[in-house]
Design a protein around this ligand. Sequence first.
Ligand SMILES: *[C@@H]1O[C@H](CO)[C@@H](O)[C@H](O)[C@H]1NC(C)=O
Ligand SMILES: *[C@@H]1O[C@H](CO)[C@@H](O)[C@H](O)[C@H]1NC(C)=O
Ligand SMILES: *[C@@H]1O[C@H](CO)[C@@H](O)[C@H](O)[C@H]1NC(C)=O
Ligand SMILES: *[C@@H]1O[C@H](CO)[C@@H](O)[C@H](O)[C@H]1NC(C)=O
Ligand SMILES: *[C@@H]1O[C@H](CO)[C@@H](O)[C@H](O)[C@H]1NC(C)=O
Ligand SMILES: *[C@@H]1O[C@H](CO)[C@@H](O)[C@H](O)[C@H]1NC(C)=O
Ligand SMILES: *[C@@H]1O[C@H](CO)[C@@H](O)[C@H](O)[C@H]1NC(C)=O
Length: 492
Amino acid sequence: MRIYSGNYMVLLLAFFLVRMELPSAADIPTYHVGFLSPSPDSAIPAQLAVEWNSAFLVALEVLNSERNSYQLEAVSLNSACDYQEAALASMKLSKKSGLIGVIGPACSGAAISASNTLLSYGIPIVSFAATASVLSSRSLFGNFFRTVYSDTYQASAVAASVVKLNMTNVTLLYTKDYYSFSLAERIGELCGSAITRSELLEPGVNIPIDIKQLETVLNSIERKEIVLLVVQPAVAEQIWKTATDLNMTGYPWWYFGTDGTTAFEPAVAEGKVAERLVVALQGEIGLAPFDGDFSDSSACQKFYTHWKEKSYAGLPATDTNKSRSYVPYLIDTVTLFFEIVDALHGAAIEVNASTILAALNGSGPGSPQFKGCTGVVQLDPDSGSRSVSPNQPAVYNLVSLLQDHWELKGRIENGTFTTLLPLTRPGTFSAAEQDLVTSDSILPSRSENRVLIATITILFTSVVLVAAALLYIHKKRRNAAKVYVELVQESH
Ligand SMILES: *[C@@H]1O[C@H](CO)[C@@H](O)[C@H](O)[C@H]1NC(C)=O
Ligand SMILES: *[C@@H]1O[C@H](CO)[C@@H](O)[C@H](O)[C@H]1NC(C)=O
Ligand SMILES: *[C@@H]1O[C@H](CO)[C@@H](O)[C@H](O)[C@H]1NC(C)=O
Ligand SMILES: *[C@@H]1O[C@H](CO)[C@@H](O)[C@H](O)[C@H]1NC(C)=O
Ligand SMILES: *[C@@H]1O[C@H](CO)[C@@H](O)[C@H](O)[C@H]1NC(C)=O
Ligand SMILES: *[C@@H]1O[C@H](CO)[C@@H](O)[C@H](O)[C@H]1NC(C)=O
Ligand SMILES: *[C@@H]1O[C@H](CO)[C@@H](O)[C@H](O)[C@H]1NC(C)=O
């Protein structure tokens, strides 16, 4: 009897010990989040895809380590920046039971098809880089959200640059993908007569552009003209390779690219091509989205510390020397899901796709508002996009290509320049000709210069960017073409 009761006590003790250890592992819920990841062989430059995949993993690991009442688990599928791939991947994700939402994809065309597919399953999707303005339509994409601003704001920043830098005789190059097409259209409306020519590069959808057509266009451009590139990174690379082959980088006057263009970094292109491009393209300019600051001690620092500790690939440099396009927006997107689940847990509301969607669209509890890597993150229910407010304006940077990075040269808030440093033009113009553009005429008066330089110094130490935008779509499928036409009509 004694022996039995002794054994019983031991068993009881063992049971308690086990119970004490188990809860964190077994008793807390795990929610599944899809990730429509970029792939290095798509319109996204390889180095950027690697960077984004690491950023996603880092954010998930760091935020999970801070939670003991639940965990988020990723279901990652490649979207390849492609309309059909994204639809297929979304279909697969929707079969995953208990999926509470999807993060990505980066490309607008892929985002449009993913949103379409997931809509019928009531699954919300949040992108960190799809910027096409059509995605703001609530009637078409009621389940789509994004932590970035719509390209409506980027178009204003382009228009501001055209005026500020006294650009006339601009030739605009674009392609037939969602990002390029709708951004080019909006820029055309805003810039009026400054844009004297628009050239649609064929075929431009997920396949190399027609080099013969491109050569003809480039050869017809006058020495003093400006070429505005509203294209994805892969197309920008093709244009610049061609221009270099034609010895046409010293002139025309300037190549000026949108965020898709500045997501391409000549320095990380392959071998000999890189060397030639880097030398040829010094001084070319473009726009990049404001990426917040991760090199200070802000809430964002922990992610980069973890990234470094784990030695994951693609760690962005913590200075102004390297691109990290949309990386902080991706971290903020992952944080957004954790913030919503925290809120739902706090309110004892079941966490599922429907309650997450209600939080995102503002119809249910848990609507997020938090300080992220890119400032105050809040969504506008009327567009599903990042809210613009007095303390969170849509900010873009004017960047210029140096030896191995795009360097910050100016900042545009709400379509108005707040700072601009003198720019050095690329190419073979004389100093006198350079003065046309780099003189004080584009800068505030001398007395304001000190403030400007001080401000820019702060900016330099805090930020750099280069963006990625990318985006694309295929008109290969009929229904895709139909949606496309509807969207273009709607945007008029
Ligand atoms: C812009 O350029 C035109 C012609 O090149 C010149 O007449 C005009 O003064 C310039 N404007 C500014 C603000 O520099
Ligand atoms: C634009 O280019 C055309 C042809 O090259 C030229 O005749 C015209 O003067 C230019 N306009 C401006 C404002 O530079
Ligand atoms: C390229 O153009 C520059 C002048 O714009 C000229 O000096 C140089 O010789 C040209 N190079 C080739 C390979 O044509
Ligand atoms: C950027 O790189 C250059 C050369 O690689 C280096 O001299 C400079 O210190 C770097 N800038 C910063 C802010 O680290
Ligand atoms: C999600 O949770 C809400 C709130 O508890 C519930 O009404 C709804 O039926 C759930 N949806 C699914 C698909 O489980
Ligand atoms: C917001 O999401 C909920 C489902 O979670 C849905 O019932 C509601 O219609 C949505 N509201 C809007 C305005 O889209
Ligand atoms: C930017 O625009 C928003 C919305 O129109 C406005 O609330 C904010 O004050 C503006 N910010 C700046 C810096 O102009």
